[in-house]
Design a protein around this ligand. Structure first.
Ligand code: AMP
Ligand code: MN
Ligand code: MN
Length: 358
């Protein structure tokens, strides 16, 4: 599939084997799980809690691909409240979604998307045991390989890259609906082609997705550039209380802010609107590391961290019970916001990267 990439592609392929990316046997095993489904086989697709564009996009795009192959009994779901963030409510394939409470209790096959560990599956984690087989599609380096078959490619820019490769092996052609799902996933995880993961292969995939006729301007406006006025005001308030410590992280600098449940209530906003906050915070020129703490309970925070290359924030996140990628990671913090920030500070010096960066 990467044949067109030429000799540089071959070098990348060779490197992948060393990094524990999927090998031929993994791809063949994954393909067999789907090809050998019984005619009335039930497939349950699951993505991580608080799904983002890659989680939902890769899951729904793959689900539509299975449907095109003639698989009739497909459900897609995610743990927690069955609420799709407003920016993702235009995704094709949403009709595949069911609340986690209605998901097949014992599917013939469960496929997990964009989840680095079992804990990201919440109350659906039992399906790994009750399903006939479990397949994992992911791109987190920290992935614990919790499936029976694991397609985990830490070099992939998004889980949708892995999903598209498997669809191609299954002989499913891209159509406009599958492409829109995979494009949303790809643009979400590459920061609209701005992040380091934006390789030539990413642009090749984007070109093939665009060639189906999807409309990138409409999609980006809907997914990234639209939010309620209340969220604009909320952002103003939360950004207004941001703190900067230029001496943190060995002088690389730390910027952070926090948003409480009361902030959300006062502006009548849903929690998902806070997902975009980190993008405004990480612009700070004086800081390599940025953090946003989003309150999820009386003393509980969903923490998002980003780095510009000077700190391996996945090490910080893993040390504090979470996970993620080198320059984008998160964890669940407990206590006051100040206590959580102190715990982050305590891990920064052990996560510094050489000045040359990646
Ligand atoms: P976010 O800041 O929510 O966009 O997440 C950035 C990255 O960190 C994503 O790859 C997530 O999968 C990962 N991540 C965020 N929160 C957690 C968590 N509580 N546990 C494990 N990984 C997480
Ligand atoms: Mn994700
Ligand atoms: Mn992802």
């Amino acid at each position: 599939m990467t044949g067109a990439a030429g000799s540089a592609g071959a070098v990348v392929e060779a490197a992948r084997v060393d990094d524990g990316g999927p090998g031929d046997a993994d791809w063949a095993a994954a393909e067999a799980l789907i090809r050998e489904l019984p005619p009335d086989g039930r497939v349950l697709l699951v993505c991580h809690v608080n799904p983002d564009g890659d989680a939902l996009g890769s899951m729904l795009g793959f689900g539509l691909g299975l449907r095109r192959r003639g698989v009739r009994r497909i459900q897609a779901t995610f743990p927690g409240p069955p609420e799709v963030p407003e920016p993702l409510r235009g995704l094709p394939g949403l009709d595949l979604l069911v609340p986690s409470t209605a998901a097949y209790p014992d599917p013939d096959l469960v496929i997990c998307f964009d989840a680095a560990s079992e804990s990201r599956l919440g109350e659906l984690v039992d399906r790994l045991d009750t399903a006939g087989a479990a397949l994992v599609l992911d791109h987190h380096a920290s992935n614990t390989r919790f499936g029976g078959v694991n397609l985990v490619d830490p070099h992939a820019a998004a889980t949708s890259v892995v999903a598209e490769q498997l669809l191609a092996r299954l002989g499913v052609a891209l159509d406009v609906e599958i492409a829109e799902c995979l494009y949303v996933a790809l643009t979400t995880d590459t920061g609209s082609f701005r992040f380091e993961a934006t390789t030539p292969a990413v642009h090749h995939l984007a070109a093939r997705l665009l060639a189906t006729g999807i409309r990138p301007g409409d999609i980006s406006r809907r997914v990234f550039d639209t939010r309620p006025f209340g969220a604009v005001r909320l952002f103003g308030e939360v950004l207004g209380r941001a703190r900067l410590d230029v001496s943190a992280a060995g002088g690389r600098g730390l910027v952070w802010t926090w948003a409480t449940q009361d902030d959300l209530a006062r502006h009548d906003q849903r929690p998902y609107v806070l997902e975009a906050l980190i993008d405004s915070v990480r612009c700070t020129a004086e800081a390599d590391v940025s953090c946003v703490l989003k309150q999820t309970g009386p003393a509980e925070w969903a923490v998002s961290m980003r780095s510009k290359g000077g700190v391996d924030v996945s090490r910080v996140a893993v040390a504090l019970g979470g996970g993620g990628h080198r320059f984008a990671a998160g964890f669940t913090g407990r206590g006051t916001a100040d206590e959580v920030v102190e715990r982050i500070r305590g891990q920064l010096d052990g996560a510094l990267l050489p000045a040359t960066g990646a």
